[in-house]
Ligand binder design. Structure first.
Ligand SMILES: C[S@@+](CC[C@H](N)C(=O)[O-])C[C@H]1O[C@@H](n2cnc3c(N)ncnc32)[C@H](O)[C@@H]1O
Length: 212
């Protein structure tokens, strides 16, 4: 068991919402939902100590970018140490809701994937809807929002997305629903998979960034 994880849970049980990180099996299953054959811009909400982030970093190309939004200061510091020296990784100590601002200030147009491990179910309804709207709008046409959660209650609120597919994954304690919400492809039929270069100019390393 991760000592840091357990300690952070004791400090902020509702925010951390779990006493152990995701299992290796869950991490691999979630990563298998993403296509790493092209450079990607990916955002992760609530990386914790970085189990999913490490797997994504291992799979993504040298010109991809992963933006990590973590509210907890101790986890954020640990992530900064862990990914120091990897220019693809951007640790943001702040709320996932700051995604549009963080993309804009780096000159990034949109994300291919947004992964979330935050406890959406305990968010107040207005915050939940606002974050879903920001998440939807930050995705490229055809992009995916991927969540892993104990309950599948978010599905009823995530009506902005064109398509949702869930599976119940037992190889984790506790078992989790993994749901992939897909933003509609563009009207011209060109979705995210059409390897258009993303506008990532002005992208800066923000290892020491503090937005919250
Ligand atoms: C259940 S833990 C998941 C940790 C890790 N992703 C894993 O799978 O082991 C939830 C994490 O989300 C973070 N978190 C909760 N609400 C958040 C928010 N609004 N923005 C960013 N991070 C948040 C918590 O601090 C915690 O690290």
């Amino acid at each position: 068991m991760s000592v840091l994880f357990f300690k952070r849970f004791l400090q902020r049980p509702f925010q951390i919402a779990s006493i152990i990180p995701s299992s290796k099996a869950l991490v691999e299953r979630v990563a298998s939902k993403m296509d790493f054959s092209q450079p990607r811009v990916i955002a992760e909400y609530g990386p914790g100590e970085g189990v999913h982030s490490r797997e994504i970093a291992r799979r993504m190309s040298p010109d991809s970018h992963l933006l990590l939004f973590e509210l907890d200061a101790a986890f954020s510091r640990a992530l900064e140490r862990q990914f120091a020296g990897d220019a693809r990784m951007h640790v943001i100590h702040g709320d996932a809701a700051s995604l549009p601002y963080e993309l804009k200030r780096r000159g990034i147009a949109c994300c291919d994937y947004i992964l979330s491990g935050i406890p959406f179910s305990i968010l107040k309804i207005d915050k939940k809807r606002a974050l879903l709207r920001k998440t939807h709008d930050a995705l490229a046409p055809g992009g995916s929002f991927i969540i892993y959660q104990v309950t599948n209650e978010l599905k009823q609120h995530a009506t902005l997305f064109e398509h949702a597919e869930s599976e119940y994954f037992l190889q984790n304690i506790p078992p989790m629903f993994i749901t992939v919400f897909q933003r509609a492809p563009s009207l011209h039929g060109r979705g995210r998979r059409a390897a258009q270069p993303r506008k990532v100019s002005g992208l800066v390393r923000v290892g020491a960034d503090r937005s919250a």
